[in-house]
Design a protein around this ligand. Sequence first.
Ligand SMILES: C[S@@+](CC[C@H](N)C(=O)[O-])C[C@H]1O[C@@H](n2cnc3c(N)ncnc32)[C@H](O)[C@@H]1O
Length: 231
Amino acid sequence: MQDPFGRTIDYLRISVTEACNFRCVYCAPNGYAAPKISPLTVEEIERVTRAAVALGVTKIRLTGGEPLLRRDIIEIVRAVATVEGVRDLALTTNGFLLARLARDLADAGLNRVNISLDTLRRERFAQITGIDAFDEVWAGIRAAEQAKLEPVKINVVALRGINDDEFADFARLTLAHPWHVRFIELMPVGANDAARDFFQRYFISAGELIARLPELAQSDAPRAIRRDYRH
Ligand SMILES: C[S@@+](CC[C@H](N)C(=O)[O-])C[C@H]1O[C@@H](n2cnc3c(N)ncnc32)[C@H](O)[C@@H]1O
């Protein structure tokens, strides 16, 4: 399967729920809207996966909302992992429920996880996400590593004036742990004036971000950061 630019499409993201237990400032700037549609069933997710694999998809990512809120997430993972032709099954999570689920997810066939973490400071974490859960997420990251859901990737949305003094701390984490830290540019969400103001106030470009990592700017790291931008 190719897009009109001749790029091969072998990657599919499946949103398994709209529901979320976090209220991140950038994701829900207009407030959290309760889910309006019922989520795909396990059988429907498996059917979509089979159809996609038949078209050449080999990599699947489960996302949301917060996918670990699904009570049947282990069944979902098992169903997708057992579809012949799925070579890489990943999941993006806020990490809150990961400590208790990591082992079962791995046993069900999940290969790896991306965990969203925008700050290493507890108070800031609560301000960004609306929930005081830094410790739970950190425990989730450690559990993912122990369950070999590797490489463990940490997604950091760069936010001017909120976490832009922590970029080097995040980068340094990769020296102490086998984790990948990936900085993500803020995307505009919503079309009203408040959403536009929010974006203008907090957006930091990848170029500025790299320039603000003095230790890394001297090395090969910026090239690696530019190459690996999918989340
Ligand atoms: C929408 S969340 C869904 C999966 C899961 N709940 C999580 O927190 O990872 C997926 C990723 O999108 C990021 N994200 C959400 N809104 C964004 C925005 N406006 N700009 C950039 N990234 C955003 C989150 O930080 C997270 O890393």
